[in-house]
Design a protein around this ligand. Structure first.
Ligand code: IVH
Length: 685
């Protein structure tokens, strides 16, 4: 039976009413009806939809119950990267931030040096002060006013598609309010779990002898990154929005106006946010919020300062992955005192021995801490830390807990000095202290099972070979029972060997085998990074791959020739040469290649080069590379480098003392990159 016109209209009306009540409740914080009234209308709509399923629309408030479970999350490339923030802990760092932006803006706006100095000191820069919410960042994409996709931040460039989970979050609008929204709109915000919900969730878990979450942030992340959206729907998550990513129209001129627009489109925007006219006012905001923090129904871990003028933001640009126009001023990390019961030495991937204090367990910010790092022996000496001491331990966000100071007034008679062992605690090889280095190292190399385990963990990690499911515990077991000694052995594992490990189901074993097979298709850069050559991080690995194009020339590269590559100095060059000169390493590489690890040849076809078709102009003096080198790098990536700015220019790279080209670029609205952003840009290609 088809619904009558009247039923159809009623369903439309109910959806409108419920969406409007939702908006008043979540965005305006001004509910217009009672919960009972809301529920009554909600039930009416749900019944109509049950009777006539054709009435159901994607934006219906009834559609927040969660779709069917997924096997895995799809990847989402962020059109506009999701950046991170630089952190500050002290007022002085905030002052330095102000000074930096004042100087940069004055330099850009006033040509005379005298004027610059005068103006920068007196220039007032309105700053928006926002609570730094302790949840997880998401990007919400709307097309023609409808929520089409939601993604986590991931590494800032690629996140996970969590659309079905985000749909269940009541304060996320499924359809935008009002009319003047752009066709395409990506909104950035923080999903969080209110403290009350967190407490309730944990007390239920405790009663059922289930795992409790350490803090609301972990609970929010655990609830959102659920393959079963119905579980997400049961947890009361919420959102506050604080920015815009991709946008198909003109943006307002200031951040405050952007936030007002977001609110008018139906996004919850935090009500504590204020505009501060100067530095003093920003610091006052921080002080006041740090007091108010205790009374807020959600967790925050600091204040985010953001330049209000979007035009000024353009001028300020970025440093690596963080904007120069924003700063996170964190609240002090939580500290408690406890006793060091013992000290053990952990052996890292490169053999470095790290002293770790075994503590009398204490709760720091809701998490039980029983280990804390002592960093290295220099730090132990500087603080004069001893076993048996009462110490202050601190834990800040995701950072590993650390011993901050020793309470010498509490020192008893029976304290014991901490000594670097002469032999590796894991493999018994000699420990050597290298002149000028803080760390002491186990000389066992890959004979040492600790180093082997760490090397394998690095090899399998997400940014290296990305072998999903091959976690730390499994690698520990594989090494301990002698099944795996080097990365090549991983590819010889069988279903039976894996399934026989502790706590391993048949299904997980076959998932790992699939992940191993999938990992064989990789890139040269990832492979080089995965090998774990000392001091060869992701960026250097990329540079090496780009420079050599293939693996074999690297085997015969010399310390001198390697130094022609950007970021490679004598130390790194030496590590690379030593690594490839080691017969054992070459055997492992040969076996890995024989196991089928391969990558696409780095293309020398011009049209396939990453910057093909783009034109750059370089102007001013660059501090870390000459213009010729910058030009060569761009050309190697397929770009053209022109001598003058025109409407065809894609980017102008600006060094110090840039002249008319910079002005011309500004007048033509051509994007400008400073040296740091330029280097970051090159790395990403
Ligand atoms: S702005 C470039 N505003 O902090 C701007 N972030 O450390 C980047 N966060 O990934 C984000 N509250 O998860 C911004 N009011 C706020 C925030 C906020 C919390 C988180 C967010 C981001 C991380 C960066």
């Amino acid at each position: 039976m088809k619904p009558t016109d009247k039923t159809l209209k009623r369903a439309v009306k109910l959806r409108e009413l419920l969406n409007d009540y939702n908006y008043r409740y979540h965005v305006l914080d001004d509910p217009s009806v009672s919960d009972a009234e809301y529920d009554k209308l909600f039930i009416e709509l749900r019944e109509l939809e049950q009777q006539y399923p054709e009435l159901i629309t994607a934006d219906s408030p009834t559609q927040r119950v969660g779709a069917a479970p997924l096997k895995e999350f799809a990847e989402v490339q962020h059109e506009v990267p999701m950046l991170s923030l630089e952190n500050a802990f002290e007022d002085e760092q905030v002052e330095a931030f102000y000074k930096r932006i004042q100087d940069r803006l004055a330099k850009y706006k006033f040509n005379s040096i005298d004027l610059q100095e005068f103006e920068s000191e007196h220039m007032e820069i309105p700053i928006v002060c926002e609570p730094k919410l302790d949840g997880l960042a998401v990007s919400l994409r709307y097309e023609k006013g409808l929520l089409v996709r939601a993604a986590t931040r991931g590494d800032g460039f690629t996140g996970e598609d969590v659309t079905e989970n985000v749909r269940t979050v009541r304060s996320v609008p499924l359809r935008l309010h009002g009319k003047d929204f752009p066709d395409v709109l990506e909104v950035r915000g923080e999903i969080y779990m209110p403290i009350a919900e967190f407490k309730e969730l944990n007390s239920k878990a405790l009663a059922n002898q289930e795992k409790v979450f350490a803090n609301p942030r972990n609970a929010a992340a655990g609830s959102l990154r659920q393959l079963n959206p119905r579980i997400t729907a049961k947890r009361q998550l919420a959102i506050f929005c604080y920015g815009i990513g991709a946008f198909s129209d003109k943006l307002p001129k200031t951040h405050m106006e952007t936030l007002a627009k977001l609110r008018s489109w139906g996004f919850p925007v935090n009500l504590e946010i204020k505009l501060a006219s100067d530095k003093q006012k920003s610091l006052e905001f921080y002080q006041q919020l740090s007091v108010k923090r205790q009374r807020l129904p959600y967790e925050i871990d600091g204040v985010v300062y953001k330049v209000d003028s979007l035009a000024d933001r353009e001028i300020l640009g970025f440093v690596s992955r963080a904007p120069r126009w924003a700063l996170a001023h964190k609240f002090p990390a939580e500290q408690v005192s406890t006793i060091i019961e013992d000290v053990e030495f952990q052996v890292g991937r490169t053999g470095a021995l790290t002293p770790v204090a075994r503590l009398k367990p204490v709760s720091v910010g809701g998490v039980t801490v029983s280990n804390a790092t002592l960093h290295n022996m220099d730090e132990v000496k500087r603080k004069d830390t001893r076993i048996g001491d009462t110490v202050i331990v601190q834990r800040a966000g995701d950072v590993i807990p650390e011993v901050v100071s020793v309470l010498l007034e509490h020192r008893g008679k029976n304290v014991k000095k901490i000594k670097m062992p002469a032999k590796c605690p894991v493999c018994n090889s000699a420990v050597e202290q290298i002149e000028g280095e803080a760390a002491a190292r186990c000389t066992g190399g890959l004979y040492c099972s600790a180093q082997r385990k760490e090397a394998l963990k690095h090899f399998a990690s997400r940014r290296a070979m990305d072998i999903e499911g091959l976690g730390d515990k499994i690698i520990d077991q594989l090494v301990e029972c002698g099944l795996v000694a080097n990365p090549a052995d991983l590819y010889a594992l069988t279903q039976d060997q894996l399934a026989n490990l502790e706590r391993m189901a048949e299904k997980s074993a076959s998932n790992i085998l699939t992940a191993l097979a999938d990992s064989k298709k990789t890139s040269l850069a990832r492979f080089l990074y995965a090998l774990g050559i000392r001091e060869v991080g992701e960026a250097t690995a990329k540079n090496l791959a780009q420079h050599f194009g293939e693996l074999t020339p690297l085997f015969s590269a010399t310390v001198e020739s390697l130094q022609e590559i950007s970021d490679v100095g004598p130390v790194v060059a030496n590590h690379i040469v030593t690594f490839f000169a080691e017969p054992h390493n070459r055997t492992v590489i040969d076996k890995l290649l024989a196991a089928g690890i391969h990558w696409e040849k780095i293309s020398r076809d011009p049209a396939a080069q990453p910057l093909h078709g783009m034109t750059f102009v370089l102007t001013g003096t660059l501090a870390t590379l000459s213009r010729e080198v910058a030009k060569e790098k761009l050309e190697n990536l397929g770009a053209k480098v022109a001598g003058s700015v025109s409407a065809k220019t894609n980017y102008v790279v600006v060094g110090t003392d840039a002249g008319s080209k910079l002005k011309k670029a500004a007048s033509l609205n051509i994007p400008i990159m400073d040296e740091e952003s330029f280097l970051e840009f090159l790395h990403k290609q």
